[in-house]
Design a protein around this ligand. Structure first.
Ligand SMILES: [Zn+2]
Length: 148
């Protein structure tokens, strides 16, 4: 990894950015595609419990404040539709959305459910190890209908 000198800002080159690689169908992050257009990509996490989805900018934009107005609007519309879909397709208490950006410098938003029955001691941003796994490919297809 490389940092912009003196700034602590991570520079991700297109050929090494794991999210750019993912969007071209390569690397360990590739998961079932729920929705994609020229501005935004929505995919389910490739493994783990059902209901953990990533919204990503198609353009290599490092951080939230660098999205164009069109990208921000598209992401907002997709987030709301996705939340409605997750609530309709799974038995959940909440749908959470989080942008942290500390790991990979390509805009991505985590949208994830809190399954019904999650113990109180599991904080909102933690994953319940006993959450239902489900058929992620099937769920991605069902969620796609909510974003069409
Ligand atoms: Zn990228």
């Amino acid at each position: 990894m490389a940092y912009l000198p003196g700034s602590g800002v991570l520079i991700m080159e297109l050929d090494v950015c794991p999210i750019c690689r993912k969007q071209s169908g390569e690397g360990p992050l590739v998961g079932p595609v729920i929705f994609v257009n020229e501005l935004v990509s929505v995919t389910h996490r490739p493994a783990g419990p059902a209901g953990y989805v990533f919204i990503e900018s198609r353009r290599h934009v490092p951080y939230l404040d660098e999205l164009t107005d069109d990208e921000a609007a598209a992401i907002g519309r997709v987030r709301s539709a996705l939340a409605r879909g997750l609530r309709a397709e799974l038995d959940v208490e909440f749908v959470h959305a989080q942008v942290s950006g500390r790991g990979v410098a390509h805009f991505h938003e985590h949208v994830f459910v809190r399954h019904t029955g999650t113990p109180d001691e599991i904080d909102w941003c933690q994953q319940w190890p006993d959450a239902p796994l489900g058929d992620i490919d099937d769920l991605a297809q069902r969620l796609a209908r909510h974003l069409a």
